[in-house]
Write a protein that binds this ligand. Structure first.
Ligand SMILES: Cc1ncc(COP(=O)(O)O)c(C=O)c1O
Length: 387
């Protein structure tokens, strides 16, 4: 008898294994270490927001939401965006609610990128961009940013643009660098793209986490950029509810039409009662305007412990990540050191090399400071003892 033939599944993402975030979080749990690796808060969201979700659940808002998101939430986002950046997005035609920013990024990339298209990706880079590009047959073209400031050399970007460049992905405030773009960066970018067919994808999930009196400079705030941009946001980041996975995408109407064609077959819609609750919560602007000061205080609690230690750093300008360079402490590679610190001093971090496609090691670790003050102090004190 002939043996059955079993199909072989050839991986579409052969280079992607278990993510470093799962690896480090498991290691942190195994060694009972303080987990500053993965980017999520260890404190609760506003009780008022939780009550609103409960209210809408009990009221029976538990079936599918409209594919484009509930109206009140799209209205609230339109208003917030207008107040912050002076641009009016049409709630019916230009705003789509997604299952986290991750889905929005994937849908936007899928709408834009065709086989052999090139996409400019700044690295260190958030880990979902390259797989999304590659699954659509595109080619990531990397522009490397280096610590401690991670500033963009726009001449370098110009040199990487080709007739096949279809998209540039911009992440500001930046994970893992903790850097932000300024008005000059947006002008440079506009000069590069203005006479081209290049689209822009703005990953602005940390838009409400910007420090030291600086302001978030959105792609939306620059006309030349805005009209060719998909801009993604995440309520998970803004309201300390990363597990709810509610995000959104803003894009001009013709771009949104194509975005929605993908979104409707990826997830169709996202959780209904949470959308209604967030819509109500957004009516109080302080709920998002106060987030920067909240995290700035946490950054400072952490850095106060590190000050005077052998780590060197530039204070994070935005996001809830702080990078520390350890080149004055050891020559070890960052991956080994992150594992060692988890096991031996009980603090888990992420080696920044994992965010570079060639795993370039700048002797830098990323720490998430979205933690209660006591946790930050305990972690900071342990790290400061390293000689
Ligand atoms: C830069 C960046 N973009 C996107 C996301 C994903 O956001 P969400 O949890 O809303 O999918 C994250 C989450 O860590 C992030 O850091």
């Amino acid at each position: 008898m002939k043996a059955n033939v079993r199909p072989v599944l050839y991986s579409k993402l052969p280079n992607n294994g278990t993510t470093i975030f799962s690896v480090m979080s498991k290691l942190a749990a195994d060694y009972n270490a303080i987990n500053l690796s993965q980017g999520f808060p260890n404190f609760e969201a506003s009780p008022a927001l939780i009550s609103l979700v409960e209210y809408y659940m009990r009221k029976g808002f538990n079936q599918y939401a409209p594919m484009i998101g509930v109206h009140s939430l799209r209205e609230a986002i339109a208003q917030k965006t207008f107040e912050l950046y002076g641009v009016q997005y049409h709630p019916e035609l230009e705003i789509t609610i997604t299952s986290g920013a991750t889905e929005a990024l994937f849908a936007a990339i899928s709408a834009i990128v065709r086989p052999d298209d090139e996409v400019i990706v700044f690295e260190p880079a958030y880990d979902s961009y390259a797989p999304a590009i590659e699954l659509n047959g595109g080619i990531p073209i990397y522009v490397s940013l280096t610590p401690p400031h991670y500033t963009i050399d726009w001449e370098d970007v110009k040199g990487k643009i080709s007739p096949r460049t279809k998209l540039i992905i911009i992440n500001t405030p930046h994970n893992p660098a903790g850097s932000i773009l300024g008005p000059n960066d947006l002008n440079e970018l506009a000069n590069i793209v203005k006479d081209t067919h290049i689209f822009l994808l703005g990953d602005e999930v940390y838009e409400h986490i910007v420090f030291d009196g600086e302001k978030h400079h959105s792609l939306i705030s620059h006309t030349i950029l805005q009209e060719r941009s998909f801009v993604c946001g995440s309520f998970g980041k803004t309201f300390h509810v990363t597990g709810w996975k509610v995000g959104y995408c803003l894009a001009p109407a013709d771009l949104t039409v194509e975005f929605r064609k993908i979104h409707q077959f990826l997830t169709f819609c996202t959780i209904t009662p949470v959308q209604f609750a967030i819509a109500d919560f957004l009516k109080t602007p302080d709920n998002y305007l106060s987030v920067s000061a909240f995290y700035e205080q946490k950054r400072d609690v952490f850095l106060k412990c590190i000050k005077g230690s052998n780590f060197s750093y530039v204070p994070s300008k935005g996001s809830y990540f702080q990078n520390l360079s350890y080149s004055n402490i050891t020559k070890e590679n960052d991956y080994d050191l992150a594992v060692k610190l988890t096991k031996e001093i009980g603090v888990a971090s992420i080696p920044v090399s994992v965010f570079y496609h060639r795993k370039t090691d700048y002797k830098t670790l990323r720490f998430c400071f979205a933690k209660d003050d006591d946790t930050l102090k305990r972690a900071g004190e342990r790290l400061a003892k390293l000689k």
